[in-house]
Design a protein around this ligand. Structure first.
Ligand code: IMP
Length: 176
């Protein structure tokens, strides 16, 4: 990769607009739920979760979970839990907040793992979805944008830890 900024795929203002639409939908769907526990999947979801949670109008608490990543680049690997949620989610309404769903293995694993904590409900939200890359069937309740088979960075997403804080979503050509 060069030092040049990645070309823009989704602009900052389009992200802002879509995040507020998602938050409005989620706020309406959970209006009678009492409270929702947002579980952000580290590291990629940290910016999305920050913006989404601040746009919600319903009571919410924040948790984080970490799973093994693809490694330094873009190659797929086995899913492994690195950090579990700290709070008790038993009997509570859980919304998993992902940056991106690619093959679906990570989200599928997380749903199964969190179900074992006996929450009242589990729903899923992702900013980005690469539907054509799906390898497992997994229910995604809230999707920000559908994208094609390309590697994207920015707004929390990285390639080899680079470009996470780019304000827009751009694409890069992985070298591995
Ligand atoms: P999955 O298990 O294949 O669905 O992959 C999910 C995880 O892979 C995401 O949480 C990201 O960490 C990573 N990932 C997949 N595609 C991209 C991408 O285009 N950019 C950055 N990270 C990605």
């Amino acid at each position: 990769m060069t030092d040049a900024l990645p070309p823009e795929l989704i602009s900052e203002s389009d992200i802002r607009k879509r995040v507020s639409e998602l938050a409005a939908q989620i706020s309406s769907d959970y209006a009678d739920a009492g409270e929702v526990v947002l579980i952000g999947v580290l590291k990629g979801s940290f910016i999305f979760l920050a913006d989404l949670s601040r746009n919600l109008t319903i009571p919410r608490t924040i948790e984080f979970i970490a799973v093994s990543s693809y490694g330094a680049g873009s190659k797929s690997g086995a899913v492994r839990l690195v950090m579990d949620v700290r709070g008790n989610i038993e009997g509570r309404h859980v919304l998993i907040v992902e940056d991106i769903v690619d093959t679906g293995h990570t989200l599928n694993y997380l749903i199964g793992m969190l179900e074992s904590h006996n929450p009242a409900s589990i729903r899923t939200c992702t900013l980005l979805h690469k539907a054509e890359r799906a390898e497992v069937e997994v229910t995604i309740d809230y999707v920000g944008f559908n994208i094609g088979d390309e590697w994207v960075v920015g707004y929390g997403l990285d390639y080899a830890e680079q470009n996470r804080t780019l304000p827009y979503i751009g694409n890069v050509q992985p070298v591995d």
